[in-house]
Design a protein around this ligand. Structure first.
Ligand code: ADP
Ligand code: MG
Length: 305
């Protein structure tokens, strides 16, 4: 199949009022809303490295969008559109059908449009998605604003995806294959959170990025980690390993003052969230269990290990 008919068949979308010019020309054209900034990110998924080779095409399509919307959510941005750079070993219609459906299924609830991309042949299945979103000017939530005395909070449950990767076929595989980008929660944290990150490489490592960027430290209470019953049933060290050093959660980790935590509770977001610790002036990440200091040999996902 020629590149053009492949694009037309699987990726061409109907014109949308939100996009001035979509797929089909040399570039797409979009008009940012007045008073808002463009927020933009890219994430690449490589078969066998970022997802098991056995992963269903539909799940790969979903996840390639979800990981990018998660990055936008972590800034407090409103997602708008994506571009897709697809490198395929061969044209497999059943695979493309599932993949494109999964991609659009993840876009639809957030009203995100596919506005362009590139399609190439390559020995390795590689998917790069670039996502665009908007944020009211100067309201982006960065990693660098955590303040001494802030709570450390996470959304949802953590460690599910890392557990599922070791237990393929377990019901938690849904969380590995179909992460939920926390767009609504991220947006509701504008003006409330002092810092935020999405958890892709493990809570300890990703919270570490906030601590470093903010020039502060934190203590986490291991008793408070929001864990699935499947993880709670494990030996403590094992469950903490998944929760702190596992990857692929795509939950939000953020810091905010006690007053702003109360305001967040009043907003009553649909996504659950849990206080897991607090920010201190002393650098580093400290762990406590039942009020006692704990030391754990932790490592997050290493991209070049
Ligand atoms: P060019 O050679 O000018 O880059 P292409 O032939 O690569 O143009 O792409 C033609 C059109 O199809 C462009 O609008 C491009 O954005 C779009 N496109 C190409 N591949 C994809 C894809 N995988 N998903 C979505 N749009 C795509
Ligand atoms: Mg091109």
């Amino acid at each position: 199949m020629a590149e053009f008919s492949l694009i037309d068949r699987y990726f061409k979308t109907a014109a949308s009022a939100q996009v001035d010019l979509g797929i089909g020309d040399d570039s797409a054209i979009v008009s940012p809303p007045v008073g808002e900034q463009l927020v933009i990110c890219t994430d690449t998924l490589v078969a066998g490295r970022h997802f098991p080779l056995s992963t269903a095409a539909h799940a790969i399509g979903w996840k390639s969008v979800a990981v990018n919307l998660s990055d936008l959510a972590a800034m407090g941005a409103i997602p708008h559109s994506i571009l897709l750079a697809l490198s395929l070993p061969q044209v497999d219609d059943a695979w493309l059908e599932g993949f494109s459906q999964g991609l659009f299924d993840c876009c639809a609830p957030y009203n995100v449009q596919l506005i362009g991309g590139d399609t190439t042949q390559s020995p390795h299945l590689t998917i790069s998605v670039t996502a665009l979103g908007w944020i009211p000017t100067a309201q982006g939530i960065t990693r660098s604003g955590a303040q001494v005395g802030d709570y450390v909070v996470v959304s949802g449950q953590i460690g599910d995806a890392a557990f599922a990767l070791q237990h393929l076929g377990h019901p938690l595989q849904q969380r590995l294959d179909y992460p939920t980008p926390r767009c609504e929660l991220g947006q509701s944290l504008r003006g409330l959170a002092s810092s935020m990150i999405d958890i892709s490489d493990g809570l300890a490592q990703d919270l570490g990025h906030i601590l470093k960027a903010s020039g502060v430290g934190a203590t986490l209470s291991l008793d408070q980690l929001p864990l699935d019953p499947a993880l709670q049933a494990l030996a403590p060290e094992q469950r903490w390993q998944y929760a702190l050093a596992g990857g692929d959660d795509y939950e939000l980790c953020f810091t905010l003052s006690k007053d702003n935590y109360q305001r967040l509770c009043q907003l009553n977001p649909t996504t659950p969230f849990t206080i897991i610790g607090s920010i201190q002036a002393e650098f580093g990440l400290r762990l406590e269990y039942q009020g006692q200091p704990q030391s754990l040999p932790l490592s997050g996902y290493q991209h070049f290990a």
